[in-house]
Each structure stands twice: as structure tokens, then as C-alpha cells.
Design a binder for this molecule. Structure first.
Ligand SMILES: Cc1ncc(COP(=O)(O)O)c(C=O)c1O
Length: 308
């Protein structure tokens, strides 16, 4: 029997049964098959969730908004006081190599840095090397049905910590919220803290009312998605009035349109909230921003990768 995902000699001998080559990942300076990547159990990522991550969409071989992802990674690392293990050129070289090892035109890259391996103790260990892990997966196009008909969401209390601006690998609050949404038959949730919208379990949430696009403030209660700044730019260039302010639960419930953004969802309309229809299907502002997003992807791929 061959290893998971590996094409052994038997598979190669039978036409049509060959498995695709195994995914290559990066771990602490080396590229290797996914099945061979090993992290010691005392890694603080495993024991404490002590680390940060990034998810970067890549179109036609070009990471989309790469410099913004690099900056956010540096910000997350600084906030949890882990020295950035690589400079911008180092991250760029790593990702370029990882991308070149996979056949897909569109990929999404996952980067993770933990504080490293040490005897279990809450205090930061001295002289420890951060663990650096990276993998890439095929970026399959976002489902047409979700774009054309929208997705369902449910409202939930935001029970997470008060540093949601850090892209931390400690995602238990997000995991529980996402599962609660799935259990209720929805793809995403809208989280509320003290009566105000924060974000989704794995996305930023946007509200449209009377032709204006509204977003919750960039503060420690949300992760500032890379698409947050992008949508701000796209709204500006497409003439959509845009306000950043606290958004009450009543305003969300009475929204004309709702949408979610993330690296892998791109931009999706939310057309059902707590079982009630939102507006009349995907709305005009959604369509405008969706088109602008697609144009931005094409422009980025055409420009090529401007490497730091
Ligand atoms: C909690 C949370 N908020 C917002 C986002 C959107 O961030 P980005 O646009 O960088 O994908 C994500 C993405 O996974 C997320 O997990």
C-alpha cells in the first residue's frame, strides 16, 4: 500500500488510477511531502495555540495583495512578541518556491509561525527558534450558486477574546461559532458584541443601507481582513458611499444587503439571516463590488508579482 496521496508503482501501472503527486509543504527551512512533515508535540502551537498565521490567495501565480499580507503577518507577530523569522524577501522566496512546486494556476497559501518548541511553561522560553510552516492548496473557483443566490448566515453572540485583530492560530471561539452556524444550516455567522456587529467566524461582514456601504471599525474586536482595505478602495473607485462606524443589531436586521469577504470566499452575498430573506437576492452594491473584485484580481495577475 502506498502512503497517503502518493502515486506508488502499482498506481502508475494502471491507467486512470494514478493519484496526483503529493502536496509539498515547507517546514523550518525544508520542502518535503505533506505526509513527512512532523512537529514535536511540545511545539507551543500545539500546546498553547501560541502562534499566528496568514492565508494568501494566489491568482495565475501572483499572490493577491502580497505586501498587505506581509504587513499583517509582521503586525500579528509583533503583537504576540514573536520575532519575525524571515524578512519580506525571505517570505517572498519561500512562497515563490512553494508555488512553483504545485501545478495549479490559482492557489491559496497558508503560512504559520509558532513560538517554537520548549518545555511546557506559560512564560516565553529563552533562545527558542520559531516554527515556520507553509503549505499551498488549489484555489477552486468560488461556487457560482453562492455568488448568484447568496449564502445563509445566523446571528450569534461574539464570545471570543479582546484581541481579534491578531490573526492568531488560537481559533477555538471562531471554530465553535462556525460549527454553531453549520449546525443551524448556515455557512457563516454574524457575531455581535454588546449589541453591535463585529464580524463572521472567518470573514469580515459588510452592511448596505440606503445605498451606503457600512463596515464595523478597525479595532481589536475584529480581524482587519486584507479585503477590508480592498473593499474600501473598490467602493471609492466605483462611487459607493462608504462609512466605517459601529453597526447595531437592528441596523443589521434591517439591512438592504449583507455580504461577507475573506481570502477564500472573496466576496459573497448573505441573502438569508436567521431564516429571513435579506433584500431581494444579491443586491446592486454587491454586484458592483463583485465585478470590481474580479477586475482587481485580473489586474493583479496581469501586473505580475512585484517582489520586495
Ligand atoms: C475572523 C476573520 N475575520 C476576517 C477575515 C477576513 O480576512 P481576509 O480578508 O484577510 O481573508 C478572516 C479570514 O479568514 C477571519 O478569519
Amino acid at each position: 500500500m502506498t502512503g497517503q496521496g502518493q502515486a506508488g508503482p502499482d498506481a502508475a501501472a494502471r491507467p486512470g488510477t494514478a493519484k496526483p503527486p503529493e502536496q509539498t509543504v515547507y517546514l523550518n527551512g525544508e520542502f518535503m511531502p505533506l505526509s513527512e512533515a512532523r512537529v514535536p508535540v511540545l511545539d507551543r502551537g500545539f500546546v498553547f495555540g501560541d502562534g499566528v498565521y496568514e492565508v494568501v490567495p494566489v491568482y495565475r501565480g501572483v499572490p493577491f495583495r502580497w505586501s498587505q499580507h506581509l504587513s499583517r503577518l509582521a503586525r500579528s507577530l509583533a503583537k504576540v512578541r514573536i520575532d519575525n523569522p524571515l524578512d519580506d524577501a525571505g517570505w517572498t522566496g519561500l512562497v515563490a518556491e512553494l508555488l512553483s512546486r504545485h501545478p495549479w494556476q490559482d492557489q491559496f497559501v497558508y503560512l504559520q509561525v509558532t513560538r517554537g518548541v520548549a518545555r511546557r511553561d506559560h512564560l516565553f522560553p529563552a533562545d527558542v527558534q520559531p516554527t515556520v510552516f507553509a503549505m499551498s492548496n488549489e484555489f477552486k473557483p468560488v461556487l457560482r450558486q453562492a455568488i448568484e443566490q447568496g449564502i445563509a448566515a445566523v446571528s450569534l453572540p461574539d464570545e471570543r477574546w479582546l484581541h481579534c485583530d491578531i490573526k492568531s492560530i488560537s481559533l477555538l471561539g471562531n471554530v465553535l461559532a462556525r460549527q454553531a452556524a453549520a449546525d443551524a444550516g448556515a455557512m457563516e455567522c454574524l457575531l455581535f458584541r454588546d449589541g453591535y456587529l463585529t464580524e463572521g467566524s472567518a470573514s469580515n461582514i459588510w452592511v448596505v443601507k440606503d445605498g451606503r456601504l457600512l463596515a464595523p471599525p478597525r479595532d481589536a474586536l475584529i480581524l482587519e481582513g486584507i479585503r477590508y482595505g480592498l473593499l474600501e478602495e473598490l467602493a471609492g473607485s466605483r462611487g459607493v458611499p462608504f462609512d466605517i462606524r459601529r453597526i447595531s443589531r437592528d441596523e443589521v436586521m434591517g439591512a438592504d444587503e449583507l455580504m461577507a469577504t475573506s481570502a477564500t470566499k472573496e466576496i459573497l452575498p448573505i441573502t438569508l439571516l436567521d431564516g429571513r430573506a435579506v433584500g431581494d437576492g444579491p443586491g446592486p452594491i454587491y454586484r458592483k463590488l463583485f465585478d470590481a473584485y474580479q477586475d482587481a484580481k485580473v489586474a493583479s495577475a496581469a501586473k505580475g508579482w512585484v517582489r520586495p
